[in-house]
Write a protein that binds this ligand. Structure first.
Ligand code: PRP
Length: 278
């Protein structure tokens, strides 16, 4: 049995629940629940503040966890990163009111900056007075306690709604990742968790193509769809015709379909792949 931390709120909550459910884990969370047991998979999930997860995993209180890389950097701890995930891409940016004169990050020198990421801000924008807040940082300028903010920006809609604009380059670029307590990466349930998520993420990059080809075209068709090891080739009942099946990269799939069709292959079918182990 392993203990795994999951974000209990924020932008990482829903995609994390979605990917774990699709990987066969029982992670349903009722409003006030703080943990849930998945006995079939030998995992106990804990719903925690995304910013607290790095400490629980780094200290070994929990075996693994999913959170943002920005939260790990902020806590200055080093759990082992097992896997970068496909969601939670965000940037930690400085922002000022739309009408503010500042043009670069250097123009913020001496400003009062509100943030939930004081360690990252101290490291990247030294020499400013910091106002440390738990959340809703965007409203702090309007409330008169800061001149500028540093906060997570995903779509930018929260900033826009608060009448703020980004200034300068991001201080940190983040995404969600799967972490483990150092030394527990090889624990069986941790390996299974990693490989199921990896299989789901990899499946998003691939598609399965199936088609029929006459013997004369078989070699050229297989060269277009070499598959991972090699394509599966089976003979059809119709003499000198073959059915071919191969994994192809999703981003190349339409070009491959065009090529197979142009070559003279028939009955070309493209299907999504749910999960893979390569
Ligand atoms: C984050 C962040 C911003 C918002 C940015 O909050 O703190 O407030 O998302 O997203 P946007 O650019 O798409 O508008 P989150 O909902 O993760 O939780 P928080 O309020 O606890 O920080």
């Amino acid at each position: 049995m392993i203990k795994v931390a999951l974000p209990n709120k924020g932008q990482l909550f829903e995609p994390t629940m979605d990917i774990l459910s699709s990987c066969g884990y029982k992670v349903s969370k009722s409003l006030r629940s703080l943990s849930t047991m998945d006995a079939d998979n030998q995992v106990e999930f804990y719903f925690l503040r995304p910013g607290d997860i790095p400490l629980y995993v780094a200290n070994g209180i929990l075996d693994a966890g999913i959170t943002g890389k920005d939260f790990v950097a902020e806590k200055c701890v080093s759990p082992t990163c097992l896997l970068d995930l496909s969601y939670g891409a965000s940037k930690l940016c400085a922002a000022v009111p739309v009408g503010h004169a500042a043009k670069t990050l250097a123009d913020l020198k001496g400003s009062k900056i509100a943030t939930s990421f004081p360690n990252i801000v101290r490291g990247t924008l030294p020499g400013n007075e910091l106002v440390e807040l738990e959340g809703a940082v965007e409203i702090s300028i309007k409330l008169g306690i800061a001149d500028a903010i540093v906060d997570i920006v995903e779509t930018g809609s929260t900033l826009k709604a608060a009448g703020l604009r980004i200034i300068g380059e991001p201080l940190f670029e983040s995404r969600a990742a799967l972490y483990a307590h150092p030394g527990r990466e090889k624990q069986e349930e941790v390996l299974i968790l990693k490989s199921r998520i990896e299989g789901k993420l990899l499946a998003q990059e691939y598609m399965m193509v199936e088609y029929d080809a006459p013997e004369a075209l078989l070699k050229a068709a297989c060269a277009i769809t070499p598959g991972i090891e090699s394509p599966t080739v089976m003979s059809l009942e119709k003499s000198s015709w073959f059915s071919v099946k191969a994994m192809i990269k999703k981003r190349e799939s339409q070009r491959i379909l065009d090529s197979l069709s142009k070559l003279g292959c028939k009955g070309i079918i493209l299907t999504a792949v749910d999960s893979v182990r390569i």
